[in-house]
Design a protein around this ligand. Structure first.
Ligand code: SF4
Length: 440
């Protein structure tokens, strides 16, 4: 079996639920986390005896991994050290939120070789943060970055979300300026999308006034309702040019002027600080995911770990809303990836083992998917080189890809230089749609 060079660990615990969140996560609870850690160890141990895992990168995302206590984090680090050969690991990222790092925690993070911290800043405006039910302030973001920097963490990324409800142009520019002033090595700028599994979506699409009392963040219902009419339709390919005053264009202008390379649709980095992990995934590398709702791509197989409530031992709840708002459950946690239905209830975390890998995709599907992902990278892709590298199925698809690319070029969405195709500035606004054109 081929070597699996990348590991993702989903740590699905947070201190609350952000309104826009569509990820699977649960409210932090020590007992739940401890059960999760035992299950994670079982899963990693089983995988280590099944697959050839030699990670060049490890990414611990969530959720909020930095919310775990120092002993809990240590347990994950030690589990990986015990069962996986980490000799080739050059990048190890841990996601966190501002205000969740203690000096002791940072010390342990450094001791175990974590090389990169990715912080969810999202906005530098306290009112916006509060409106979205974030549990930190802009000042905490500043202090956490300084704390990490002064302790010697040399690779820090900050995540931002553009077009959050209530953010005007001046607020957005101020957020960008303040984040740039912190001098992180990496900045991600995600456009707000209303995830169908998010509270925000429920507030916008349902009669939000009928949400049960006690649902999280009722004060946001009016805001969400007011913004409902402002939502933009899904991007489609057309002849519109990007608006230089839109938030993403503003971000690109400011960040590139500050020395950040726009290397992927949503990602900017100082020289030599691209996310190795994410870049490898976009380039089509295999990866294995651990933890509830984690995805894996190994050869022709893709699978998603079950969430506890979806396993036979842990029956799914009868009602999502009941779970979200139940007075029996103090944890109104409801984060779900788009691919998952059902909401965590009880038991909060079940032991799970390696899942069957299911039905493999065809070689053509595999090649098309990896080609599509690679197109997100702004350095572009040489379809001929890609086809040579990815076997007969990719070679068969090559004429189709070239035909599609020529059509997109006529639309001004892609450009070609010496057989390397890349998105134009306008094409970056439609990257997902452009990528879908590569699927036969
Ligand atoms: S968006 Fe908020 S609730 Fe969702 S995983 Fe991140 S911190 Fe947790």
């Amino acid at each position: 079996m081929n070597q699996i060079p990348h590991i993702y660990i989903h740590v699905p615990f947070c201190s609350g639920k952000c309104l826009y969140c569509g990820f699977y996560s649960k409210i932090y609870n020590k007992n739940s986390v401890d059960r999760y850690l035992d299950a994670l160890e079982s899963e990693i141990k089983a995988a280590a005896s099944t697959y050839n895992i030699q990670p060049k990168t490890i990414y611990m995302g969530g959720g909020t991994p930095s919310l775990l206590s120092t002993p809990q984090l240590k347990k994950i680090f030690q589990t990986l050290q015990r069962y996986i050969n980490l000799d080739e690991t050059t990048e190890w990222t841990l996601e966190g939120n501002p205000g969740t790092f203690t000096d002791e925690k940072i010390s342990v993070i450094k001791e175990y070789g974590i090389t990169r911290i990715s912080l969810g800043a999202q906005s530098m405006d306290d009112k916006i943060l509060k409106n979205m039910a974030r549990r930190h302030t802009a000042e905490q973001t500043i202090q956490t970055v300084k704390q990490l920097q002064s302790s010697g963490i040399k690779n820090i990324g900050l995540d931002l979300i553009s077009a959050l409800p209530g953010v005007d142009s001046a607020t957005w520019k101020r957020t960008l300026d303040e984040v740039i002033a912190l001098n992180p090595q990496h900045i991600s700028v995600y456009a707000l999308s209303i995830d169908p599994n998010s509270i925000l979506h429920e507030m916008q699409t349902n009669d939000i006034n009928k949400l049960e009392p006690g649902c999280p963040h009722p004060e946001q219902r009016a805001l969400a309702s007011a913004k409902k009419t402002e939502q933009q339709p899904q991007s489609t390919i057309n002849h519109q040019q990007s608006n230089s005053t839109d938030p993403l264009s503003t971000a690109e202008t400011k960040l590139t002027a500050a020395g950040y390379h726009h290397y992927e649709v949503s990602n900017y980095a100082k020289p030599n600080h691209q996310s190795q992990h994410n870049t490898a995934i976009w380039q089509g590398a295999d990866y294995i995911g651990f933890g509830p709702a984690a995805f894996s791509r190994v050869g022709l197989y893709r699978w998603e770990n079950p969430i506890p409530e979806a396993s036979p031992q842990c029956p799914a709840p009868n009602s999502q809303r009941k779970d979200r708002c139940s007075s029996e459950d103090p944890n109104p946690k409801t984060k779900l990836p788009a691919e998952v239905t059902g909401v965590p209830r009880r038991p909060s975390v079940c032991t799970h083992t390696l899942q069957p890998r299911g039905t493999p995709v065809t070689e053509a599907q595999d090649a098309a998917e990896r080609f599509m992902f690679a197109f997100r990278l702004y350095d572009g892709i040489n379809p001929h080189t890609f086809a040579t590298k990815h076997g007969a199925a990719a070679k068969t698809l090559l004429p189709y890809w070239l035909k599609q690319l020529e059509a997109l070029k006529q639309e001004g969405l892609v450009t070609c230089k010496q057989n390397v195709w890349s998105l134009t500035k306008n094409g970056r606004n439609y990257a997902d749609t452009v990528a879908e054109y590569m699927l036969p």
